[in-house]
Write a protein that binds this ligand. Sequence first.
Ligand code: SF4
Length: 366
Amino acid sequence: MTAGSKQPFHLYVHVPFCRSICYYCDFVHGVYRKQQADAWLDALKQEIQARGLPEKLKTIYIGGGTPTSLSHEQLETLLSLLDGKEPLEYTIEVNPGTLDDETADILVRHGINRVSLGMQSADDALLKRIGRTHTHADTIHAVNCLKAHGITNISLDLMYSLPGQTMDMLKRSAEAAHALAPKHISVYSLTVEENTVFGKKGVTPLDEDTEADMYEYLRDTLPAMGYERYETANFAVPGYASKHNLCYWDYRDFLGFSCGASGKEGLLRYDNTRSIAEYIKDPLRRKEYPLTKEEAMFEAVMMNLRKRKGLGLQAFEEMFGMSVQHAFGAKLERLLKDGSLRIDAGYLYCSDRGYDILNSILTELL
Ligand code: SF4
């Protein structure tokens, strides 16, 4: 495995603007200002010109921030920069309340075929309490608008363990999400970072037991609604697992463009600057972290075990020139023996019990 031996086929582009800032959010973003967004677009053009993009890409994911916080003209410019790559899966993140017919038109014209929509909850009072500026009616409108424009591959995000959220509220949100017939649902529990509005106010998530109950509810209910749990927090109608996110969990290489984006090429990991102002001044500013082969092997196992399917034994051997059994020796043996991990049909994967204690399995392997 050598650094930068082959150009990756997966691209992530970070749009660092939002119309307003949610109380729990720790992503790289600023409140949208037209002039700054214009300067950011110029910087992105420079980065693309300097670093280059592969001729074809399998997946593109435009995340944020809120990509649809850009003006129509800016969104058009952004997507034009990526035209002609013919990705199999082309995703953009959208916030309900930032989608209108013209935006949906622009997305379709540039080949976007998947939208990840930040629904979070169907409870308007709860949305307000966490600093979201949309309502559930906005989510319904966004889904209908996308479908009317032919984008049916829609993923919804749902949050749990939110302050003031009850199990009944979560159940109603899961049912409301299901009623919109998305192809994919991602679930997130609240984490409170110090530098967020919640962090500064001392707001905390719900207690651990309630959080675990909520996760178990989603884990058991979404599959009963027809969504396979293919990763610890991701559920999809068969055939609709996120091809882009699978590139992270398969431990494949990917490019990251713009401030706040990261990338991995062979044994090199990099983080672009997190500051919008710095990025505008120097779009090529980034920190690089060379990985040792041992670190990369551990990361590969850590990412792959998040998938229900687990780690492909042959893929691991092709990547590192040795088997996973050889790489992890007695530690792996122990976990196989106690039934936390299994090997079957060419995959190393967590048993049902192991999946619930994935973190301790990884600690053991480290
Ligand atoms: S919309 Fe998303 S990125 Fe923007 S502040 Fe809210 S959670 Fe953060």
